[in-house]
Ligand binder design. Structure first.
Ligand code: ATP
Ligand code: MG
Length: 566
C-alpha cells in the first residue's frame, strides 16, 4: 500500500511505528485499524493532537481506518459536554471518523461476560479488602505482595458475589473483582489488579443499569480487541501494563491487538494533563477550557492557531521512544510559518499617539493602496484612508533618540507604510505631565506610496492609522501561562504558584483600520509589526471587537528588512 501524502506535505515516514506498520502490511495485516480513545473527562490538549495526528494520520497514509472511541468507564468524572467538545476538536483538526464512533460503555455487557469467564476458570476473584488494604498488600518494587484472604474463595461464591455486585446489592467500596495472577510478580501491574469496582453512579449512556464499572486496565485491551484494532498506539507509561493486557487476551483467547508505545508530548511553559488543566478552570485561574492561554485545542483555536499549524507541529516533533520536553517556540514557529502565508495584513496602532500633517490640506482625504499579503499576491490589495490627522505608536516617536533610531524624532524623516515620507517638525506636550500629546509632521507629496523620486534614503517605516476613520478595538496580548519551563517539576510546590501574572494584558482603545471595526468570523490577521491576531469568538460584540494575539512576529519589518519590503 502506498502512503498517501498529507495535505500539508509528505508524510513523516521515518518513525518506528510507521516502519513497523509497513512491515506488518507485508506479512499478516491487510490494513491498519487504529483508534483515538479519549476519556470524556475534559477537553483535548495539544498532547492529544499528537495522538490524533498519529492515529488518524496512519489510517490515511496506509489506506486503513481510525475509530473514535470514547473511553467512558468512569461516570464520576465524565460528562457529555466534554464528549461534544472532543468531537468538535477532532473534526476541526481535520480528521474524520465517519461512522466509526464507539464507546467503551457499548462493551460493558461483553466485558462482564468475559469477567464471568475468568471467574469460572478460577482466574479472577471477588475481594473484600478495602482499597487501603489492597494497597498495603500489594508490596513494593523490592518486596513481593501478600495474597488476600479472599483469593481462595470458591468459584461458586465468586460468581454469586460478582452477580450481586452487578445487581447493586453492595455499597461502593465493599467489594472489588480482581484478576488472580501473581502477587510476587516483579511487575506491580500483575499483582492481582482490580478489574471492577462498585460505583453507584448513573452513566451518561447506560443510565442506572450498572452498579459496577470496569477499570481502565480491564476495559482498554478488550475494547481494542472487540473493535479489531490492529495497532493500539499508546504512550510509554503503558509499556508496563502491556504484560497484563497480554495476559487478559491470552486467557480469553480473543483477537490480539499489537500495542506500540511512544513518548507523550511534553511542552515547555505549560502543563498537559487534563486533571491539572481542570484545576486551572475550576479554580478560576483562566476563563475556561478555551481560554486562549490554555494548551487545549479549543484554547489554541481561539488564540488563532490553525489546524494546519498544529498538524505541522505534530509532524515536526515526530514520534519517538524517548521522553523529552518540546520547546514552546517550536509550536510558535509552526503557527508563524502558516500565518505568514495566510494572514491578511492590516494596520492597527496599539498605543496611539496623534500625528498632525501640518501641510496636508484641511478636510482633504484620500485612499492609498495597501498589499493584503506580500507572500500571496492573489490576496490582492485594499484601500487605506489617509487624512490630516493620524495615529502612530507612541514608541515610534522619541524626543531624544539614541543612535540608530530610524523612526520619528525632531527633524527626522520616516516612511508611513503605503503612504508618504514625512518629516517631524515639532511636537506638543502636556503642560503638567510632560507627556508628548501630539507630533507635527510635514509630508512630501512627491512620495505617494512611500518612495522618494530623488532616491533619498529613508531607513524607517512605521505603521499608522487615519484618525478620522479609525475603528476602536480591544487587543489582548498573551504571554506564557507559566514563568518556568517545567511547572510540574518542583514537587514541593503547587504548580499554580508558577502561573505568570502577566500572561494576559488587555489594551483598550487601540486604533485600527476601518475594516477591523466590523469584521467577523475566524480570519487571521497580521497587524503589521505587532503580530498575528484573530477576532475573539466569545468576547467580541458588534461595534466592540476584541482581538487575541496569536503570536508576535519574530522580526518586525520596521527597521531590519526595510529596503527589501517597503
Ligand atoms: P491526560 O494525562 O491529559 O489526562 P489522558 O491520557 O488521561 O491525558 P485520555 O483521554 O485518556 O487522556 O487520552 C486519549 C489518548 O491521548 C490516549 O491514547 C493518550 O495516550 C493520548 N495522549 C494523552 N496525552 C498525551 C500526550 N501528552 N502526548 C501524546 N499523547 C497523549
Ligand atoms: Mg486517561
Amino acid at each position: 500500500m502506498k502512503p498517501k501524502a498529507d495535505k500539508d506535505g509528505p508524510p513523516e515516514s521515518g518513525d518506528f511505528i510507521r516502519a513497523r506498520i509497513r512491515s506488518d502490511l507485508q506479512s499478516d495485516i491487510a490494513k491498519p485499524v487504529t483508534r483515538f480513545p479519549p476519556e470524556p473527562n475534559g477537553y483535548l490538549h495539544i498532547g492529544h493532537a499528537k495522538s490524533i495526528c498519529l492515529n488518524f494520520g496512519i489510517a490515511e497514509e496506509f489506506g486503513g481506518t481510525c475509530n473514535l472511541r470514547f473511553d467512558d468507564t468512569n461516570p464520576s468524572k465524565e460528562d457529555v459536554r466534554y464528549e461534544e467538545a472532543i468531537r468538535e476538536d477532532v473534526r476541526w483538526l481535520g480528521f474524520d471518523w465517519e461512522d466509526r464512533v464507539y464507546y467503551a460503555s457499548d462493551y460493558f455487557e461483553q466485558l462482564y461476560e468475559y469477567a464471568l469467564r475468568l471467574i469460572s476458570e478460577g482466574k479472577a476473584y471477588v475481594d473484600d479488602l478495602s482499597a487501603e488494604e489492597i494497597r498495603k498488600y500489594r508490596g513494593t518494587l523490592s518486596e513481593p505482595g501478600r495474597e488476600s484472604p479472599s483469593r481462595e474463595r470458591s468459584v461458586e461464591e465468586n460468581l454469586k458475589l460478582f452477580r450481586a455486585m452487578r445487581d447493586g446489592d453492595f455499597d461502593d467500596g465493599q467489594y472489588v473483582l480482581r484478576a488472580k495472577i501473581d502477587m510476587a510478580s516483579g511487575n506491580m501491574n500483575m499483582r492481582d489488579p482490580v478489574m471492577y469496582r462498585i460505583m453507584k453512579k448513573s452513566h451518561a449512556r447506560t443510565g442506572n443499569s450498572w452498579s459496577i464499572y470496569p477499570m481502565y486496565d480491564w476495559a482498554h485491551g478488550q475494547s481494542d480487541s472487540i473493535e479489531g484494532i490492529t495497532h493500539s498506539l499508546c504512550t510509554l507509561e503503558f509499556e508496563d501494563h502491556r504484560p497484563l493486557y497480554d495476559w487478559f487476551i491470552a486467557q480469553l483467547g480473543i483477537y490480539h491487538s499489537r500495542q506500540i508505545e511512544f513518548a507523550r508530548l511534553n511542552l515547555s511553559y505549560t502543563i498537559l494533563s487534563k486533571r491539572n488543566l481542570m484545576k486551572l478552570v475550576s479554580e478560576g485561574y483562566v476563563s475556561g477550557w478555551d481560554d486562549p492561554r490554555m494548551p487545549t485545542i479549543s484554547g489554541l483555536r481561539r488564540r488563532g492557531y490553525t489546524p494546519e499549524s498544529i498538524r505541522d507541529f505534530c509532524r515536526k516533533i515526530g514520534i519517538t521512544k524517548q521522553d523529552s520536553v518540546i520547546d514552546m517556540q517550536l509550536l510558535e514557529h509552526s503557527v508563524r510559518e502558516d500565518l505568514n502565508k495566510r494572514a491578511q495584513r492590516v494596520m492597527a496602532v496599539l498605543d496611539p499617539l496623534k500625528v498632525v500633517i501640518v501641510n496636508y490640506p484641511e478636510g482633504a482625504e484620500e485612499e492609498l493602496d495597501a498589499v493584503n499579503n506580500p507572500e500571496d499576491p492573489s490576496m490582492g490589495k485594499r484601500k487605506v484612508p489617509f487624512s490630516k490627522e493620524l495615529f502612530i505608536e507612541r514608541d515610534d516617536f522619541m524626543e531624544n533618540p539614541p543612535k540608530k533610531f530610524y523612526r520619528l524624532s525632531p527633524g527626522s524623516e520616516v516612511r508611513l507604510r503605503y503612504a508618504y515620507i514625512v518629516r517631524c517638525v515639532g511636537f506638543e506636550r502636556h503642560p503638567e505631565t510632560g507627556e508628548v500629546t501630539e507630533v507635527h509632521c510635514e509630508y512630501d507629496p512627491d512620495t505617494r506610496g512611500g518612495t522618494a523620486p530623488d532616491g533619498r534614503k529613508v531607513r524607517g517605516t512605521i505603521h499608522w492609522v487615519c484618525a478620522k476613520s479609525a475603528s476602536t478595538v480591544t487587543v489582548r496580548l498573551y504571554d506564557r501561562l507559566f514563568t518556568v519551563p517545567a511547572p510540574m517539576a518542583d514537587k514541593q510546590r503547587e504548580f499554580t504558584e508558577f502561573l505568570n501574572p502577566e500572561s494576559l494584558r488587555i489594551i483598550e482603545d487601540c486604533a485600527a483600520e476601518p475594516l477591523l471595526g466590523d469584521c467577523s468570523g475566524e480570519i487571521n490577521y497580521q497587524f503589521e509589526r505587532k503580530g498575528y491576531f484573530i477576532l475573539d469568538s466569545a468576547d467580541s460584540a458588534p461595534g466592540a471587537p476584541v482581538f487575541n494575539r496569536t503570536v508576535s512576529l519574530r522580526d518586525s519589518w520596521g527597521r531590519r528588512s526595510e529596503g527589501k519590503r517597503a
